[in-house]
Design a protein. Structure first.
Length: 73
């Protein structure tokens, strides 16, 4: 089963690292969450919106000055 759990774990780890960097005076500007999002190639009814909802929730806690990137593929 496709799960966005690992994406969310990575985003949460990055948010902690970004906070630590900010405390040390570093000005991080970009969070690239990579790619590898699943696709419903075999028409089994995979719902990408449901997959991405936990990711969107996690990203909502990223500071607004951080540019977010996601790569296809």
């Amino acid at each position: 089963m496709n799960s966005s759990k690992r994406h969310v774990e990575a985003i949460e780890s990055c948010k902690k690292i970004m906070a630590q960097a900010s405390e040390k005076g570093l000005n991080l500007k970009i969070l690239d969450i990579g790619g590898g999002f699943p696709v419903d190639y075999d028409s089994t009814g995979f719902d990408i919106n449901s997959f991405c909802e936990p990711i969107r929730q996690s990203l909502s806690g990223v500071p607004p000055n951080i540019k977010l990137l996601a790569e296809p593929g």
